[in-house]
Every structure is written in C-alpha cells, then in structure tokens.
Design a protein around this ligand. Structure first.
Ligand code: PBG
Length: 331
C-alpha cells in the first residue's frame, strides 16, 4: 500500500469533483471490443421469436441471422456465440444431433463464415444439453454422467464445428480431461489455429434458468448438474480447474456465472495471467432487465455491471446486453 499524504492535505474527493477529472483518473474502461454476443438459433424461415424469460432476447432462424450479425459487426463486437433451440423431435438419449453437420449451429456457422468471412469471430458451445432428452451435458447412465464416453462425442462435436468454420471452440460441459483430447483431435485434423475457450470454472448455478428455457432443456432436465459442474462454495478448486485446462491447451478460460463470482475472476487473473472471459449469464441478465422494465433500477445498471467485470480482471464478457448497452452511460 502506497500512502502519499494525509487529510487535510490529501483529499481524494478532489479528483471526483467533475466528470472530466473522474475520466482522467479512471482505471478501467469498457468498449464493444470487450463484449461477446450470444445468439439463439431456431429452425424455420423468417422468424425472430421472443424468449419469455429473457426480455429483449430472441431466437433467430438462419435466414434472419444477418439482422443481428450486421448489428454486431457495426458495433465492432468481436465475436458471437451460437446456441441452438433444437427441435424436440431431434433429441435423443445420447444427443446425436450434436454430430449432424446440418444441425442449427453448423448451418449458422457456415452461413456467417460465408457471408462475413473473418469480420467477426464465431464461438460454438461444446456440450450435449441442447440435444439430449434428459437435458444433461453428457451421456447419462443410471443417474451418472459418464465422463470418458461423453468426451468421445464432444471431441467429435468440436471437430465438426471447427470444420464448419468455427473459430473458437468452447467446451461448457465440465468433463475431466476434455480440453487435451479436443486439442489433440483438432491438431490431428490440421485445425491447429482453432482456439479453445475452456469454460474452466463453471459453477452449478441456479442463474442458468432462463438459458435452459431458451434452448428448450429446462423442462427436460432430470435432477441437477452437481456431479460435474462446480460447487459454488469452492474457491481453490477453481484454480485447480484452470491450471489443468491451461496444461491441456486452453487459450482462454471462462468463469461462469459472472457477477456473483467476481472474486474468482480476480483470483484466476492474478494467478495465471491468461486471457479470462466472464459470462454474465441468463439469470443475471433477466434480473437486471426486469428491474429496468419495472423501473426499480435505472438502465445505467447495465454499464455498471459490465464495468465491474473489467475491474475484476476480465478481458472480455459474454453478455446478452452486448447489443443493447449504452456505452455513453458513464457520467
Ligand atoms: C450448456 C450451457 C449452459 C449455459 C451455457 N452453456 C447451461 C447449463 O450448463 O445448464 C448457461 C448460459 C446462461 O445461463 O446464460 N452447457
């Protein structure tokens, strides 16, 4: 701690007196470069379907994707993250639709790559929950999610997504050892430059509720995800997860959920000096959005919530506010 003086000579309020002065000493900043925009996909034509639990968020058919991707590119948002609402008829016990080269994510990836080339990055989730009848991220057998059998499928899913043109493979499944195996399979297939963003620190959280509704797994989910996602009481375990994933070849690590876990973001950043992404998840989004709609809080809360991630040490933030935040709301 460096102390440069004391009251009455030193008055920290001096620098807070005017907006120009506050801006002059501001330690962190927020721009569209810091944001990743999640996009939900749905089958069909010419549709943009509102998601009830997430006011202001929609599911897009592929032919309507241009509308939202154009907006992201215009704002210079560096990357979009794709999530499918899979037709329930295409779901089964082992989530085979995840390996279909013509599933929604693959089609959307091809569409965006063809139309926009490398103007914007594409991130794809690697997990089975949008595709299984039980809503879990892996293969379910006798109440257990099988680790190694799940990785077999996930590494195939990652390979297909990468072949379709996905830039950033993002395993969100929390199986042990999947980063190394996915890195291996990508390298063997000459996809050495495809990045891996590991959801390294993903807590088993009730804040994911609206997302599960958005991808259609909420009412299907049997039990909970506590045997693979982390216990939110834990701290050291987060660092062990990150250490393992870095060794296995992760380029970026994610901490998720976001705002209740800022302490973890700071710890990961201080300990590993690796790019850290935060995920402001669906429940956080909907709480803030509903508060604004009901006039309980001001819409400046959005900017504040995002700046807090930067202060905590995040390099970037996945947020459903990416296309909505007013970056001039600091005063
Ligand atoms: C699926 C996945 C989830 C989220 C991203 N990928 C949900 C879950 O693990 O149940 C949550 C995102 C959000 O809540 O916004 N593996």
């Amino acid at each position: 701690m460096i102390i440069t003086g004391k009251y009455p000579n030193l008055r920290l309020r001096r620098s807070r007196k005017y907006s120009w002065s506050r801006r002059l000493v501001q330690e962190n900043s927020l721009s569209y470069n810091d944001l990743v925009l999640p996009i939900f996909l749905v089958e069909g034509k010419n549709k943009k379907i509102p998601i009830k639990t997430m006011p202001g968020v929609f599911r897009y058919t592929i032919d309507k994707l241009g509308q939202i991707v154009d907006k992201a590119i215009k704002k210079k948002i560096p990357m979009v993250a794709l999530f499918p609402y899979t037709n329930p008829k295409k779901k089964n016990e082992i989530g085979s639709e995840a390996l279909n080269e013509n599933n929604l994510v693959c089609k959307a990836t091809r569409y965006i790559k063809k139309k926009y080339k490398n103007e914007i990055g594409i991130m794809c989730d690697v997990a089975l929950d949008p595709y299984t009848l039980h809503g879990h991220d892996g293969i379910l057998k006798d109440d257990d999610i099988l680790n190694d059998e799940t990785i077999n499928i996930l590494s195939q899913q990652a390979l297909i997504q990468a072949k379709m043109g996905c830039d950033v493979i993002a395993p969100s499944d929390m199986m042990d050892g999947r980063i190394g195996i996915i890195r291996n399979i990508l390298d063997k297939n000459n996809l050495k430059d495809v990045q891996i963003l590991s959801y390294a620190v993903k807590y088993s959280s009730s804040f994911y509720g609206p997302f599960r509704d958005a991808v259609g797994s909420k009412n299907l989910l049997k039990g909970n995800k506590k045997t693979y996602q982390m216990d939110y009481s834990n701290n050291d375990e987060a660092l062990r997860e990150v250490a393992l994933d870095i060794k296995e070849g992760a380029d970026i690590v994610m901490v998720k959920p976001g705002m209740p876990y800022l302490d973890i973001i700071r710890k990961v950043k201080d300990n590993f000096k690796i790019p850290v992404m935060a995920y402001q998840v669906s429940g956080e989004y909907s709480l803030i959005m509903n508060g604004i709609k009901k006039k309980i809080i001001d819409k400046k809360t959005i900017f504040e919530s995002l700046m807090c991630f930067k202060r905590a040490g995040a390099n970037s933030i996945v947020t459903y506010f990416a296309d909505k935040v007013d970056l001039n709301s600091f005063d």
